[in-house]
Design a protein around this ligand. Structure first.
Ligand code: UDP
Ligand code: MG
Length: 321
């Protein structure tokens, strides 16, 4: 019998995990597949860890990996994928914005031979105009700037076949943008649209700063265009200053209007200085990322793995035998 893993990163979701757990169990039991539910606790500081511990004691299908600190959603997801053992692995958020009621549909597509079942968020209920707008702008920018095609509203709610998960594990970059990696990986894929409901409880864990970093990771990981842009801007300003020189010489030789040109000089120095700083900034952004990658630090480190004692016991018996 095939076996399914569900991977859920959670960060301070104390009001959500129990409801989420119940809903997932309800819909997964309806599919008839055996499953494991892997929570990755991304450094929660509230009661989340405590609740997860209780769940793992009550239900052998649940396990929780407690990360040593907050590593961010994408890294927590990766940790879950590393630990999942299922023939298919489903990743989803723990705040009910990825409706557990859709699980049977995702599995059904997988049974029909699709290896990546990607959900596309058509709309999010109750989301601020600003978040919707910045999200749209982000997808347009990244699609225009890189050769990969990322569906607008692509979410991290998806099913991956075992093959795909094994390939994914070979992608070692630190600044991860999982949507981009999966998007560029190929395999037989299908998209399903859904409307994301509001969070069941609590606040979004993505501040503007986190969102900006996430967007920059996505763009710099998939596009060299910003680097080229700096080059083109340099070229353009070089051309402009050439034209200016021609004009200055012309005025000097053929007219009597030659004025001490401090204004032109000041303006062009400022322009060139600005352009150089932009170029340097862009290069710096990439070098900073190279620096992070060459350190080859581990992506995450685990402080605890919570499993029900029953499971631990069977494991021990296995090793004795
Ligand atoms: N999350 C996480 N680490 C973080 C931020 C978020 O594991 O640093 C989890 C969070 O608990 C939730 C999921 O990632 O299960 C999506 O986060 P959130 O709902 O805050 O994002 P949004 O839906 O607002 O984009
Ligand atoms: Mg959410």
């Amino acid at each position: 019998m095939k076996y399914i893993s569900i991977v859920v990163p959670v960060y301070n979701e104390q009001e959500n995990v129990s409801v989420f757990y119940q809903e997932v169990c309800k819909h997964m039991e309806a599919t008839g597949y055996p499953f494991e539910l892997i929570f990755v606790d991304d450094g929660s500081t509230d009661e989340t860890t405590f609740i997860l511990n209780k769940l793992t004691q009550q239900d052998t299908r649940v396990c929780a990996i407690i990360l040593a600190r907050n590593f961010g959603h994408q890294v927590a997801l990766t940790c879950g994928l590393d630990h999942a053992r299922g023939d298919a692995v489903i990743t989803m958020d723990g705040d009910m914005q990825h409706p557990p009621a859709m699980l049977p549909l995702l599995i059904n597509k997988w049974e029909n031979g699709f290896e990546v079942v990607q959900t596309i968020r058509k709309d999010t209920q109750g989301v601020s105009w600003f978040k919707g707008f910045t999200s749209r702008m982000f997808y347009r920018t990244i699609n225009a700037m890189s050769d990969i095609d990322m569906a607008e509203g692509g979410s991290d709610f998806r099913l991956l076949d075992r093959k795909v998960v094994d390939t994914f594990k070979n992608f070692k970059e630190k600044a991860r943008f999982i949507r981009g990696i999966i998007g560029a990986m190929g395999y037989r894929r299908i998209q399903i649209e859904f409307v994301a409901p509001q969070r069941f409880a609590g606040k979004s864990k993505f501040s503007l700063k986190k969102m900006l970093n996430f967007a920059l990771d996505g763009i710099t990981a998939y596009s060299k265009l910003p680097l080229r842009l700096a080059f083109y801007m340099g070229l353009l300003s070089g051309l402009l200053s050439l034209l200016l020189t021609v004009d200055v010489i012309y005025t000097k030789l053929f007219t009597t209007e030659a004025v001490p040109g401090w204004a032109t000089i000041a303006a062009s120095v400022l322009l060139l200085g600005g352009l150089q700083l932009v170029g340097l900034g862009i290069i710096g952004e990439y070098i900073g990322r190279i620096f992070e990658e060459v350190k080859e630090r581990p992506l995450y480190w685990v402080s605890d793995e919570l499993k029900s004692s029953v499971e631990v016991r069977t494991k021990k018996q296995e090793t004795v035998a």
